[in-house]
Design a protein around this ligand. Sequence first.
Ligand code: TMP
Length: 198
Amino acid sequence: MALFIVLDGGDGAGTTTHSHLLKGFLENEGYKVHLTCEPSQSKIGLLLREFLKNKEIPATTDALLFAADRDLHYQNEILNKLKEDYIVISDRYLESSIVYQSVQSDKISVDWIKEINKFVGLPDITIILDVDPKIALARKDDKALEKFEDNQFLDKVRNLYLTRAQTENYYVISSDDIIEFVQEKIQKIIIDRLKNMS
Ligand code: TMP
């Protein structure tokens, strides 16, 4: 049964942990699941991972590269898996660009991000994991921080995710709770949707 799910949210919100747990849960339930992430594993994705450590890269360059990475990711991977009736879970997707790149620079509007990403398909379900950046950053090693892992920046990111979630009707789950509790809430949303589809 094809379904495109995205888990998104600020740094340290646990999108990676919860994407993996959700995959295991759905496979146990008998579904075919494809787990993927952004930045993707493509050459553009690898370049983006490098640029996450480099503050000299213009925000516009980041935005364009994330859009190119997503285009390739969607056309060559996600779409194929959906056609093969997989449930696709993406750890981050378009919403990350809308939020991070527009917070990164005043020159960048949400509309422009949407424009440069207009050839990719949109998810069926977006779940935003919400976490207080102070708590999220306290879990990280200071020396290994990437360029967006800064308290003030992540406060703005958090606010924009919450505003966007309201206007776009995304699910929002607090990620401050224990992992099992957060995961149960995610699973319930997905199971309810799958029941409605069958
Ligand atoms: P992560 O793999 O730990 O989630 O890190 C990915 C980082 O890249 C995170 O700080 C968010 C950022 N990002 C963007 O700024 N724009 C995007 O479109 C995506 C997919 C990620």
